[in-house]
Every structure is written in C-alpha cells, then in structure tokens.
Design a protein around this ligand. Structure first.
Ligand code: NAI
Length: 464
C-alpha cells in the first residue's frame, strides 16, 4: 500500500497528460493501467495506428494515381499487408514507449493492473489498495454497436479489428459515415477493397458544416467509396467467412435491402467506459447517456473524485481529454484549470484532410446571429495544385457581421488538420478576420488559403 496526492486511472491521452501535469506541479502521482502498454485507445488501437495506415495507403494512392504525371515512371508498388501492419505496430510501439519514458522521467508510478475504487480516497489494483487524496477517472470509451449486430472482431469488426485484419477484404461494408467509418473506409478503398458506406443520416459526418459534408462526400466518391445514405442498418448475419448487412431505406422503411461483405466495419459511435471501477457502490452520479457526471471543474459528486475525457460529456477526442487532463491537474493543485470548449478543433485525417472549429454557419443562422462568410477555394492556391489536392477543397471562415470576430471555420484541403490551428489561436485571442487577413503568410503555402478566406470576409480575396 502506498499513499499518493493523485492516482489517475487510465493512461490514455487524458490520463497520462494529467499525470505529467500533476507531477510537474509537485504532486506525488501514480497512474493505473491494465493494458500491456501505455497510451490508451488513441495510441494502441485508435488515432495512431489508423494514421500510420492512412499514411501508408496515401503513399500507395500517390504511386498509383499521381506518380506518372510527375514523371515518376515504373510499376506501382504491390501491397505487402503484413509488412504494412508491422510498420503500423512499430509506430505504435515508438509512441507507447515514449509515454512510458515520460512516466519514468516525471517519477510517476505505473500501477500495472485494472483499478477499482473500493471507497473514496482508495484505489485497488490487484491485491494492493493504495490511498489517494485525489482520484482522476480517465477510463475512456469503447465502441458501441447496434442491436442485431454481433461483433466478433473477425468478420464483423469495430475499429479495433479493422486495424488488424488478417487480409485485405474484397468487399467491405462500413456502417456509419462518421470519422471512423470514413478514415478506415478510405484506408481499405485505397488498398483495393470495394467499400460501401451505409449511413442513417442524409449527410456524412453529422453535425459538420453543410458545405463540408457535401464537398467531402463528393471527394470520397471520386476516390472510389460508395455511399448508401438515409439507410438504417437493422442487422448483420455473419458466417465464418462472409456477412450480409440488412438495411432499410428511410424513404421505404418496410422494404429490406441487403449487402454482401467479406468484412463489416461497425462505426456507429463510442460509449463511455468505466466498468469494474465500482462507481455504483460509490454512488457516483451518471448522465442519462451513462457518462460520469461532473461539474465545470471535473469534480464528480464524490469528494476527491474527478473524471475527464471520453468517460464524461463532450466530444470524444484525444485532445479534448488532454486539455481536461491538464486543467484538472491545475484544479487539484489549487490553480485555475480551464478548458475553452468553444475552441476544440475536429479533424478527419483522410486525404485531403477535413478540419473544423467553433460554430457552424447553420447553427449561427438558426440562432438568428448576423454573420459573414468568407470562402476561398484551394483551386486558386498554387501549392495545393502542385500536390494534386486542390480539387474540391476550400477554407471557410464565419465571422460576426458587426464586429468581424471569428466565430468558426471549416477547411477541406491539404494539411487542413494543421491549418485549423491558426484559426484556433485567432479565436482564443478574440481576433477578427481582418487580424488574420493583415498577417503576412508565406508564399507558396496552403496557409495562404486561410488568409484569402479571411480577406473574403472583408473587401475580398485577391486570387478569386
Ligand atoms: P460517429 O458518431 O462520428 O459516427 C457514427 C455514424 O453512424 C453517424 O453518422 C450515425 O448517423 C451512423 N449510424 C448510427 N446508427 C446507424 C445505423 N443503424 N445505420 C446506419 N448508420 C448509423 O462515430 P464513429 O465514427 O464511430 O466515431 C466514434 C468517436 O470516435 C467519435 O466521437 C469520433 O469523434 C471519435 N474519433 C475521432 C477521430 C478523429 O478525431 N480523427 C478518429 C476516430 C474516432
């Protein structure tokens, strides 16, 4: 038994970042993790391995579609799937190893095993019960499936199984046109699978800017993804080698349609995960959606017990969890911890990337807010043309019509996931579009399109 100022349960981006900040603030800190490696879903079976596969398959796409036009002649590379998976695992290993190094460097104890909280101020791991003045639950989320769909992680898979398929399927059906469905759907389409995405809503990426939804779907269709929109999946029948997906179109709900697949990816969202902690017995309040309920400083209703990341309300994003992890450490150390939930970017790592931040045009209009929209197409951006990523891409900035203050932005284009941060910083500083427009941007860069969209909020873009 040991005694700590803080014990953090879960070593994903929320938990491990929180642990580091706690240690930096002079708190005696331990982190509990039952997985073999640190980093949680994000590093082990989420963001990082999927980015490795997206990168590798983007290279393949470039070789197959664009090398010839750039004078790079020769046979396209063939796919060694096992080697691609080994590369992905190597990337994962480097990152999880990096987190382990950071724990040691910051003198944070890794309590290996699965935690429970037998009483306030106590954390049990294996046979040992430790004392903690503060406990932070950062246990994340797991995929949520649909009624009538049984996941075996072989034929019917979640993102976890989809990152480790034994072979590239000929036919893949993806249920859900959200972030996971589109990223992993892109990976397999580039590898040669016939990919069909079945989505309940009438647009991809629910909640995103409408222009982006339309443009993004068009780009993905050009890349070979098939979409069946407005279709509710009602069940999947799977054998050892194949599956049949049953769905009904919203416009004809009584008729049942089917699709055959070698692999079905269920990407219909994730749900908070806190199994085995003993929250019920502790009397921890949950939200209606089963997340841990917290106040604005991540306190639960049990004194000394905090929760952050996917296990509480808000977007299920690693960087949101990281921000909460740092802020809760500040709160525990008696400082002022704060997260600006109005400026949390969202990124889809397809090619081109899609990135958004702040309010959407539709939401602001629905509020009756007077706004101005500045838009600039990547077709007029020299650098984007040079890398074959100009088509269909754009930057859109939305401002308050009276004050010119930036309220939101959406980008489809090369490096969108990095470009969006210029807008995030601008929004954090309460900047106007004119502030961005008056800032010198290097030429030739993708970021010039951001400046042009800011100019379009005022007297007009130069290159359109
Ligand atoms: P999602 O919530 O983004 O999308 C799920 C989609 O499934 C929705 O479009 C929904 O309408 C559809 N759907 C639900 N039931 C259906 C049915 N019966 N038939 C047809 N369609 C149906 O969930 P997703 O993609 O699984 O991602 C889970 C979480 O992980 C999200 O919160 C996401 O933000 C996060 N994530 C973020 C990433 C990133 O930031 N790049 C990458 C991967 C995941």
């Amino acid at each position: 038994m040991a005694s700590y100022d803080v014990i953090i349960i879960g070593a994903g981006p929320g938990g491990y970042v929180s642990a580091i900040r706690c240690a930096q603030l002079g708190l005696k800190t331990a982190i509990v993790e039952g997985r073999e490696t640190l980093g949680g879903t994000c590093l082990n079976i989420g963001c990082i391995p999927s980015k490795a596969l997206l990168h590798a398959t983007h290279m393949l796409h470039e070789a197959e579609h664009n090398f010839g036009s750039m004078g790079l002649k020769g046979k396209s590379p063939s796919v060694d799937w096992n080697q691609m998976k080994a590369y992905k695992e190597d990337v994962v290993g480097q990152n999880t190893g990096g987190v382990e190094f950071l724990m040691k460097k910051n003198k944070i104890d890794w309590l290996k095993g699965w935690a429970s909280i037998p009483a306030a101020g106590q954390v049990k791991v294996g046979d040992d019960t430790h004392e903690a003045k503060n406990i932070v639950v950062a246990t994340g989320s797991v995929p949520s499936t649909l009624p009538g769909v049984e996941v075996d992680e072989k034929i019917v898979v979640t993102s976890t199984g989809a990152l480790d398929l034994p072979k590239v399927p000929k036919k893949m059906v993806v249920i859900g046109a959200g972030v996971i469905g589109l990223e992993l759907g892109s990976v397999y389409a580039r590898l040669g699978s016939e990919v069909t995405v079945v989505e309940y809503m009438d647009a991809v990426c629910p909640g995103m800017d409408k222009d982006v939804q339309r443009g993004f779907k068009r780009i993905l269709e050009k890349q070979g993804l098939n979409f069946i929109m407005g279709a509710a999946v009602q069940g999947v029948e799977a054998s050892k080698t194949k599956a049949k997906v049953k769905y009904a179109l919203k416009k004809a709900p009584e008729t049942e349609e089917t699709l055959d697949a070698d692999v079905v990816l269920v990407a219909t969202g994730r749900k908070a995960y806190a199994d085995g902690l003993g929250l019920d017995a502790l009397g921890v309040k949950l939200t209606e959606r089963g997340q841990i309920a917290t106040d604005a400083q991540w306190r639960t209703n049990v004194p000394g017990l905090y929760a952050i990341g996917d296990v509480i309300e808000g977007p299920m994003l690693a960087h949101k969890a990281e921000d909460e992890g740092m802020a809760v450490a500040d709160v525990i150390a008696g400082k002022h911890g704060h997260v600006n939930y109005g400026v949390i970017p969202g990124v889809v790592y397809t090619t081109p990337e899609v990135a958004t931040v702040g309010a959407t045009e539709d939401a602001l209009k629905a509020e009756g807010r007077k706004i101005k929209v500045g838009k600039f197409n990547f077709m007029a951006n020299a650098r984007a043309k040079a890398v074959h990523q100009a088509e269909g891409g754009f930057v859109k900035i939305i401002t308050d019509r009276e004050t010119d203050r930036i309220l939101g932005a959406a980008i489809i284009g090369p490096g969108a996931g990095d470009l969006i941060h210029e807008i995030c910083v601008a929004m954090e500083f309460g900047a106007s579009a004119e502030d961005v427009a008056l800032t010198c941007h290097a030429h030739p860069t993708y970021s010039e399109a951001v400046r042009e969209a800011a100019l379009a909020c005022g007297t007009g873009a130069i290159h359109s």
